[in-house]
Write a protein that binds this ligand. Structure first.
Ligand code: BG6
Length: 505
């Protein structure tokens, strides 16, 4: 849709409006869209939750969230007042099948004031166990029936395995059209994740070598320095595979490995990504120990502070077998990628927060230089920095200055912050605007989600069947268990460790 078309009148209903996601992410993102004049002229936000709360208290809690988490904080008083005037709270127990029509009445009241039927967006910022109740509530009230105007945004995790994801899809597609369902994966809203498409398909430089002939292997690292924070209760039933790999890491892998799309039509892009997931070689149960490593953080210290182990965190069982780290090796069985390993790793309480993709190229086929010249020689590599210090680094060999012929690696860098003056929007800003515009390109289709579950299913099953005997097996502030290094070392490689902040200065 051309982005110059003014947006139609819209009501955004946030189920779980009083919750953490709305507080930390959604409202700060919407406030930034407001500051950038990107919201529709006629726009209202209705926060829905069970607890009785009046608009004033609701708004002041949201203001607190904006002052703490918005990229443009603290909020300017006047701007906040203009934004807050569009926000209201509705106490409604959508889990109770006998609950009344409060939501329909609220929508009608807003639309009556505008004199027209608005687009209605329902954002389910609620735990997965409540999605069915919320969807059923919407269907019972008949407020989300217009396939063109009404949309449903569903947060991850979408199911907890293949069977439950399929069941959820069956339920949702029984009530709504697939085109109304926006399954969100916030990584797809990140500027640098989208830039993978621009980098690959807007430049003719790399595409000819983007294949098994030139690329030796690919590493995808999504590391976090935080632990599970206040989310122990949710995380202990999920783990790194469900929380990060099934969605964020596999989505990044798809963007790196997909074929060029014919257009940026939502389905065209998503079809190319699904092709990658279809081509991924299934891991057989007997291969799991060879292709996958799990780990859990134990106590340790960072920046002079001692930090609890995972099993000491609130909401986590004291003998929890849940993995907070996963390292995996995949192959993609197609013409482009045959034989190229894709190594993925993610974990909590690692030394630094960083997400990056490293493309390691094959050595030059012939080495004409004298052996003394190439002592420091390294194959080319390309690093796509997703966060922080967003950008792309290409490592090449150069002649070192001097009278002798000595080669050494040097980096060519593109940094977002140097190249562009403007600050990137947060992922949720991009994605919420796309929902407002009805553009589903960056959202997951049912078949994508199911394929991704199919890929991790053998790992989930194998790990559930055999509890880990050695957890916790990595201390806070390390790069995960030793077994993760062995996984990649067996193939003659090693993880490229992202630079720590003090090393980058
Ligand atoms: C979420 C996971 O999807 O992504 C969290 O549930 C994780 O556990 C978060 O911390 C990481 O996102 P980001 O944008 O901070 O890299």
């Amino acid at each position: 849709m051309p982005h110059t078309v003014p947006l139609e009148a819209t009501v955004l209903v946030i189920f779980g409006g009083g919750g953490d996601l709305a507080w930390r992410k959604l409202i700060p993102a919407l406030f930034n869209l407001h500051l950038d004049n990107l919201l529709p002229e006629r726009f209202a936000i209705v926060g829905v939750a069970r607890k009785p709360l009046d608009d004033t208290i609701f708004r002041s809690r949201l203001r607190e969230g904006v002052d703490r988490f918005s990229r443009r904080r603290p909020a300017d008083d006047e701007e906040w007042e203009r934004f807050a005037a569009r926000v209201s709270y509705l106490s409604d127990d959508f889990t109770d099948p006998a609950s009344g029509p409060a939501l329909s009445l609220k929508l009608e009241e807003l639309e009556r004031a505008w004199g027209s039927r608005a687009n209605r967006l329902f954002y389910l910022a609620i735990p997965p166990g409540m999605v069915e109740a919320a969807a059923t509530h919407l269907q019972r009230l008949g407020v989300c029936r217009d396939c063109r105007r009404d949309r449903l945004v569903v947060e991850k995790p979408f199911g907890r395995d293949l069977a439950s994801a399929m069941e959820l899809d069956r339920l949702l597609t029984g009530m709504f059209a697939e085109s109304q369902i926006y399954r969100i994966d916030h990584y797809l809203g990140k500027e640098t994740v989208q830039n993978i498409l621009a980098f690959r398909f807007a430049n003719s430089l790399y595409e000819p070598i983007w294949n098994r002939r030139y690329i030796d292997h690919v590493q995808i690292t999504v590391a976090e320095s935080v632990g599970v924070e206040e989310r122990g209760g949710y995380y202990d039933g999920a783990g790194a595979l469900r929380d990060m790999v099934q969605n964020h890491l596999l989505q990044i892998l798809c963007l790196i490995a997909m074929e060029p799309p014919v257009s940026f039509d939502a389905d065209e892009v998503r079809n190319r990504k699904v092709d990658v997931l279809h081509a991924m070689r299934p891991i057989r149960p007997e291969e799991v120990h060879h292709c996958a490593v799990r780990g859990q953080y134990g106590r340790g210290s960072a920046e002079g502070k001692s930090l609890p182990g995972y099993r000491d965190e609130a909401g986590v069982a004291s003998d929890s077998p849940t993995e907070t780290f996963a390292a995996l090796k995949f192959f993609i069985d197609n013409w482009r990628w045959q034989g190229v390993p894709f190594y993925l790793r993610t974990g909590k309480r690692l030394p630094v927060k960083v997400s990056q993709v490293s493309i390691l190229f094959r050595p030059a086929p012939h080495q004409p230089f004298p052996s003394a010249a190439v002592e420091n020689w390294q194959p080319n590599r390309l690093i796509i920095r997703i966060q922080p210090e967003e950008g792309i680094v290409t490592r090449i060999q150069a002649k070192q200055p001097g009278t002798r012929l000595l080669l050494g690696p040097v980096d060519m860098q593109f940094r977002y912050s140097d190249a562009f003056r403007s600050v990137s929007p947060e992922a949720y800003e991009t994605l919420l605007l796309d929902v407002l515009r009805g553009d589903a390109t960056l959202f997951m289709r049912a078949d994508q989600v199911e394929c991704a579950w199919r890929i991790v299913a053998p790992l989930l099953e194998a790990w559930e069947a055999v509890p880990p005997g050695d957890f916790p097996d990595y201390p806070v502030g390390s790069w995960g268990p030793e077994a993760a290094d062995l996984l990649i070392a067996r193939d003659g490689h090693s993880w490229l460790q992202p630079a720590l902040p003090e090393e980058r200065r």
